[in-house]
Every structure is written in structure tokens, then in C-alpha cells.
Design a protein around this ligand. Structure first.
Ligand code: PBG
Length: 325
């Protein structure tokens, strides 16, 4: 049975027909919106390489969260820019740090919005690495305790999910143990299970002021050529007690995302990172691509490849567009 009996174009004839047979449909509930929180009051600082994305002081952040919630986006993920950085990243795990204060303010004002907290030291360390340095190298095991402390501080402030992005070995286990010891056994862990040492994080590092002063992150984040290794990373995080999984970046790593989807039954997310966003924005502003269509296409394809949820700087724009259809 084939041509002329079969004509694939029959079901592509109209918008209505295409909608009826679409296998993947985006929904505002698919998105998690990343937000940067900075010190001060009434601050809304633009980020040059990420048009449309800002750093907010806590008061302004709360208003932004209300807007996100009103668009039907169920969750935000928070990144903190501290008042002071030091070698041990102290503000990253202080109960009085910027993240616990932001979490309390958001949960009070917009209780229905899920607050995810990124757990990593790079925004808080003066050297910009994701953990404690010893002889110029990030010391894995010394970092674990600090990550666990950060997770406890965020969960005690009321965050709904902690999301370690540091790529230390054993961090999910250490965080689970820390949370459970503090009586926080109901706080889930969303693990950045397969996170690559990617050049696509460039704009984020401007936003969070978190570029390493010396060296790079290739000693702990994954090497882009590796695929099978991602499945091992994910399996380890699952064994250590991860409740949800993530692959990052998204578009250049859809093969990894798709494989993780097939091998594991956990809720799975993908992070469309700052560089992916910046490239679409920049080309859109130049008039070289249709920004709105590339945005929706990229998000749809990430979902098609297997993501249950997508962390994306387009969350608000995409949700608004979906709501208007
Ligand atoms: C912190 C962290 C990073 C991102 C998320 N969490 C930066 C990095 O690992 O260097 C990147 C997100 C993005 O680029 O949008 N470790």
C-alpha cells in the first residue's frame, strides 16, 4: 500500500487538520522560568546578552513571579547574585542569604507558584567555581557538605524543589541525607543529571556574574562528545535518590534527552540554556529568523524528544502566546 493510495499531505492541508494530528502540544504548564535575584530594592537590571531577561531585587522579583503565575507557568527556578562573594561561597548556604529571603517572599505573595532553587556555589564563590578549591582544583567531597547545607537552607525557607547543578559526584546522595536529617524528607530533588561543560552557558555567566576566574568547568561537568556516559551519570543520580532528572543544554543534546526518556521513568526536564536563548533572540532581532516561530519550534522539539518540562527563558513569552491562541 503506497502512492497513489497513500498521500501524506492529506493530513497537512489546513491549520485545523494539523492541530488535530499534532503528536506534541505545548502547554504553559510545561515551563519553568529561570529568574535571577540580586541585592537592593526596586532593581530590574537588564542583561546585555539576554534581551528580555533581568536581574530583580526581591521586591521586584515577587511582582515578576505574580506575572509568571498569572500566565499559567507553574514554576520558577531561582539563581542568586549575592551581596558578597568569598572563597567558600558562604552566602550560598547561609539561611539569611539572598535565596532563602527570596523564597520566603515569593511563597508568601504567590503561594501557588512552585519555587525551585538551583543549588551550586559558582554564583557565590569569589573564584567562580562550583565548589571549594584545593590546590586550584574543585574538591569534590568538601563541596558536598556545603551543597547539602544550601539545600537545607532553601528547603527550610519553603522552596518546593532543590536542583543541584554543580556536577560533584555524590551530591544527590549528600543532599538527600542532609534534607532527611533536617526533617525535610518531603522535599524533592531535581537533578541536573547530565550537565555538559557547554559554551552555551556564556550569557548566564554574565547574568549571574559566575564565570570562573581561572580555568573552566571541564573538570567536573560532562564532556560534550560523550553519550553513554550521560546514561551512567543519570543512573547514578537515580540510585542516589533523584526524584526528577534533567539534561542540559537542550537543543544540541536531544539525542541524550531522548535516550534518557527511553531508559528512565522519572519526570524528565531539559534546560534550554542562556546561549540557546541568546542566539534565537539575536537572530530574531536582526530579522534573520522569525523569533516567535523559532521559539515555539525549539520548545516543541525539546518536548517531542522527551522532556516533560522545559526550563526556558522563553517561558513567559511562550505561555502568553499559547494563552492567546
Ligand atoms: C550553575 C548553573 C549554570 C547554569 C545553570 N546553573 C552555569 C554553569 O554551570 O556555568 C547555566 C544556565 C544557562 O546557561 O542558562 N552551575
Amino acid at each position: 500500500m503506497s502512492f497513489p493510495l497513500v498521500r501524506m499531505r492529506r493530513l497537512r492541508k489546513s491549520e485545523a487538520m494539523r492541530r488535530m494530528v499534532a503528536e506534541t502540544v505545548l502547554n504553559p504548564a510545561d515551563f519553568i522560568y529561570p529568574l535571577f535575584v540580586c541585592p537592593g530594592e526596586n532593581e530590574c537590571q537588564g542583561i546585555g546578552s539576554m534581551p528580555g531577561v533581568n536581574r530583580f531585587s526581591i521586591d521586584a522579583l515577587v511582582e515578576e513571579c505574580q506575572a509568571v503565575y498569572d500566565l499559567g507557568v507553574p514554576a520558577v527556578i531561582l539563581f542568586g547574585i549575592p551581596e558578597h562573594k568569598d572563597a567558600l561561597g558562604t552566602e550560598g548556604y547561609s539561611p539569611k542569604g539572598i535565596i532563602p529571603r527570596a523564597v520566603r517572599a515569593i511563597k508568601k505573595a504567590v503561594p501557588g507558584l512552585l519555587v525551585v532553587c538551583d543549588v551550586c556555589l559558582c554564583e557565590y564563590t569569589s573564584h567562580g567555581h562550583c565548589g571549594v578549591l584545593e590546590k586550584g582544583k574543585v574538591h569534590n567531597d568538601a563541596t558536598l557538605e556545603l551543597l547539602a547545607r544550601a539545600s537545607v537552607a532553601y528547603a527550610q525557607a519553603g522552596c518546593d524543589i532543590v536542583a543541584p547543578s554543580d556536577m560533584m559526584d555524590g551530591r544527590v546522595w549528600a543532599i538527600r541525607e542532609g534534607l532527611d536529617d533536617a526533617g525535610l524528607e518531603d522535599t524533592p530533588i531535581m537533578s541536573y543529571a547530565a550537565k555538559y561543560a557547554s559554551a552555551f552557558y556564556g550569557p548566564f555567566r554574565e547574568a549571574a556574574d559566575s564565570a570562573p576566574q581561572e580555568g573552566d568547568r571541564r573538570g567536573y561537568q560532562m564532556d560534550p562528545p560523550n553519550f553513554r556516559e550521560a546514561l551512567r551519570e543519570v543512573a547514578l543520580d537515580v540510585e542516589e535518590g533523584a526524584d526528577m532528572l534533567m539534561v542540559k543544554p537542550a537543543l544540541p543534546y536531544l539525542d541524550v534527552l531522548s535516550a534518557v526518556r527511553q531508559e528512565f521513568d522519572h519526570p524528565l526536564g531539559a534546560y534550554q540554556v542562556s546561549g540557546e536563548y541568546a542566539m534565537i533572540k539575536a537572530a530574531g532581532q536582526q530579522g534573520w529568523v522569525d523569533e516567535q516561530r523559532v521559539m515555539m519550534e525549539s520548545l516543541t522539539c525539546i518536548k517531542r524528544a522527551g522532556a516533560d518540562f522545559i526550563l526556558t527563558y522563553f517561558a513567559k513569552d511562550a505561555a502568553a502566546l499559547l494563552g492567546s491562541r
